[in-house]
Ligand binder design. Sequence first.
Ligand SMILES: Cc1cc2nc3c(=O)[nH]c(=O)nc-3n(C[C@H](O)[C@H](O)[C@H](O)COP(=O)(O)O)c2cc1C
Length: 363
Amino acid sequence: MGGHWGTRVDIQIFGESHGRGLGIVIAGLPAGESADMAEVARQMARRAPGNEISTARREPDQVEIISGIKDGVTTGSPICGMILNTDARTQDYRAMQTSPRPGHADFTAHARYEGHADMAGGGHFSGRITASLVLAGALTRQYLARRRIVIGGHVASIGGIADRRFETMGADVADFARLYAMDLPVLEEAKGTDMRQLILEAKEEGDSVGGVVEVMACHLPVGLGEPFFDSLESQISHLLFSIPAVKGVEFGDGFALTTMRGSKANDAYKNCDGSPCLATNHCGGALGGLSSGTPLIVRVAFKPTPSIALPQDSVTFADGSASRISVPGRHDPCVVPRAVVVVESVVAMALTDAWLCRYGEKG
Ligand SMILES: Cc1cc2nc3c(=O)[nH]c(=O)nc-3n(C[C@H](O)[C@H](O)[C@H](O)COP(=O)(O)O)c2cc1C
């Protein structure tokens, strides 16, 4: 199984949901960068389950740094961080060894790894692996914050109930601290109440719901990224599609741009202290694969959680005979609230890589 990404920041993930643990190796972060582990713990806590709208599995998600950080400062050697599993219940996953769960990776992984993949709790395909991404994000967002770049996100919609969108020129940056503190982060609290209700209803029915996460990165300089294959949008999307359950990504006005005239879709220029800058942000922060100086805004679509209690059709691996599968165990009725910090984290990873590509270790 491959789990490798990055140009200057070089990242490798490992682990399984019900194995000993999981973790990440991050090479390429320059030496001498301070790494506040209390802040890392705060970010990890944002993803960890612990309320009625998430899985009942309880994991402290405590990070153990094996290498690369000493006395709260990066040493320049690869950073290895591990998170041990403490609350696995492998017996819940026996049925998936004989019949694949609809919507999960059991079927494709069984074919690819010829039945050898450890699929208990989703194995390496589990949403639990995103804890490693949050660890990488918690370190890289500290690196970016020292360069003024801040990243925040919210639940843009769940099952069709929509929060208002981020104001496109970045005014909502003032709300990031409030959003970080919420277990279902929304700009309009009444929408959050409705979303929570919908998640609880789906859970009660043994079903699940999906939704959209919107993330914004503010104070980017003009010109981060590369044209073509390594465009800023390509790099961010590459990481976003690595997050389990992600099915769609749009930047700025995204698909809505297809219904506009050029005269409305284009972002006109204005004078900012003697240099050109964008007066609007339909592009979502990137032009020609390079950051445009406006906030980078991305929306990410998550499908409903595949593991549901309602019975569904499947077949046995052994002989293809029909079976019905009702997934026991502890699952998120909606992955979206916990995914907000995951999306922020991969955006931080991509922007740090782009920053190091552009400005180097001394930048
Ligand atoms: C934060 C997070 C939590 C998740 N929790 C669950 C879960 O409890 N049960 C489940 O079946 N899928 C969960 N998923 C989604 C599956 O891991 C994912 O749908 C599956 O690996 C198949 O991959 P795909 O949907 O990208 O094709 C979660 C995803 C994320 C990002």
